[in-house]
Design a protein around this ligand. Structure first.
Ligand code: GLU
Length: 501
């Protein structure tokens, strides 16, 4: 909990809409949301689209949809409203302009006419000299009249902030005391012109005017912080408290990139990761609940437990490694908990539509509702993500062709296998379709298996029904397939064996 309980906690997620919703941004959004929830605070969604070239409107919607999918509903934001809007930087131009002008008037910022080449040459010279490249503009002390005359004459320019030279110290919510030397930062560009603000300026102003109390964001933005604190102070605003979250790393220690795998929330959603699992997994990227001393597994936590337990002070400083195995494991646990009918609906809607269409074109009959539900029940243990469904259970719909010899158990032979399959057929034929259930069938078939050898009976039965070397048990298969289809598959196995050499 924060100390000053009188001050309403206001946090934000401020993505630049330059791509789909990156999991790093989703993690930052989640930590801000958790912090807000814990402190009865407000969670603001703001679009940082000052970069007109890179920002695209089409990327905005997936971000908001992604937040909502995770169960994170912003309290204020574009298309949501709130008293500090607009929440899109492209709609706040007048506000920024006023402040850029004010900084110029107060001599806290100045027009700089140095060309890109000049700036670059100076940078290279300093680097070659072993110094930190800090640009000292020859235009810093130009009189206002001279500067404005050059602007009026159409000389190319930018607007630089006069970065104070002293030490900038702040207490990071995650990393503790941090200090930067203002001298090593130099006068950075805050706008291309009075009405063309750049990222630092708009971001600082938005935080100030939207009354953001805590800016919790990725560590890659840490080097922005001294600039932003200095800029806020120059405009007489109290900067928010900052908290920088550890970078998300791939298992080799590199930055999480496309080469490693999916990096956007949309991709994970499409593969069939559940929002609850993703919420849980992301919350553990850089944070861990308090150890209780017992070996109790603390990793699977409900949304409520996470909100209750989360503590920004327990966020780690070192990189947070993305473990796909852990995500799969968690997702599987959440899949198992799902209501079977709900899961079936979700699968049919988003994950197996194409497969079913393909089968229907091939004239493959669809399972009964009873079989569907049993199949989905079986799939729960087998799916790490919902898109695994068909790969795991395709044989229920359509039996693939197989080698007849694969029906034969280890040292057994063709004749014994045919004989055992025929005995099973007799048992199945003598069972009424209404009674064709796992327990009943198990009781009827097991004595035969005990007598003739488990492998000799159960292997060919299971293989004949699935065409797979690994699959659910033969009784589970019979239960899902039903009497008619099971007998068809056994007939086929027997004739395959009979025809084989
Ligand atoms: N717009 C920045 C980004 O998408 C975030 C800025 C911030 O959180 O302060 O990286």
């Amino acid at each position: 909990m924060i100390k000053d309980s009188k001050k309403q906690v206001r946090v934000r997620i401020a993505p630049s809409p330059t791509g789909y919703f990156h999991v790093g941004t989703a993690r930052a959004a989640l930590f801000n949301y958790l912090f807000a929830k814990q402190n009865n605070g407000v969670f603001i969604f703001r679009i940082e689209d000052t970069d007109e070239v890179r920002s695209k409107k089409e990327y905005e919607k997936p971000i908001l949809e992604g937040l909502r999918w995770l169960g994170i509903e912003p309290d204020e934001g574009p298309d949501i409203g709130g008293e500090f809007g607009p929440y899109r930087q492209s709609e706040r131009a007048d506000i920024y302009k006023t402040y850029v002008q004010k900084l110029l008037d107060e001599n806290k910022a100045y027009y700089c006419f140095a060309s890109k080449e000049e700036v670059e040459a100076r940078r290279e010279a300093m680097l070659a000299d072993g110094q930190t490249p800090v640009f000292i503009s020859p235009y810093k002390d130009l009189s206002k009249e001279e500067a404005l005359a050059k602007v009026a004459a159409g000389e190319a320019h930018v607007i630089r902030f006069k970065m104070p030279e002293g030490e900038i110290k702040f207490k990071d919510l995650v990393r503790g005391e941090i200090s930067f030397d203002g001298k090593l930062i130099g006068d950075f560009v805050i706008a291309r012109d009075v009405d063309k603000p750049l990222f630092h300026l708009s971001s600082v102003l938005d935080d100030a005017l939207m009354k953001i109390t805590h800016a919790i964001r990725g560590e890659d933005l840490l080097s922005n912080t001294p600039r932003q604190i200095a800029l806020a102070k120059a405009m007489n605003f109290e900067p928010p408290e900052y908290g920088h979250l550890p970078l998300i790393l791939d298992p080799k220690g590199g930055k999480l990139s496309k080469r490693f795998g999916a990096t956007t929330l949309e991709e994970y959603k499409e593969q069939g990761y559940l929002p609850e699992a993703m919420f849980n997994f992301l919350s553990l990227l850089g944070w861990h609940p308090k150890e209780t001393g017992s070996s109790q597994n603390l990793e699977k936590m409900s949304r409520e437990e996470i909100i209750e337990e989360f503590d920004i002070a327990r966020v780690q400083k070192g990189g947070a490694v993305w473990s796909s195995e852990k995500l799969d494991w968690l997702n599987n646990l959440y899949i198992r908990e799902m209501d079977t009918e709900e899961l079936l609906k979700l699968l049919k809607k988003d994950f197996i539509k194409d497969d079913l269409e393909r089968l229907s074109v091939q004239g493959v009959p669809m399972p009964s509702q009873r079989s569907w539900l049993k199949m989905v029940e079986l799939s729960k243990e087998r799916m790490n993500k919902l898109s695994d469904f068909f790969a795991e259970l395709h044989f229920f719909f359509k039996l693939a062709s197989y080698e007849a010899n694969d029906l034969i158990w280890k040292n057994s032979d063709k004749e014994r296998t045919i004989e055992n399959l025929q005995s099973v057929e007799q048992i199945l034929e003598g069972t009424s379709p209404d009674n064709f259930e796992l327990k009943v069938l198990e009781e009827k078939i097991m004595p035969l298996a005990e007598e003739k050898g488990r492998g000799d009976v159960l292997w060919p039965l299971r293989f004949a029904l699935s065409g797979q070397k690994a699959s659910p048990s033969p009784f589970e298969l019979l239960d899902v397939l039903g009497k008619q289809e099971s007998l068809l598959r056994l007939d086929l196995a027997i004739s395959n064996l009979a025809a084989s050499s």
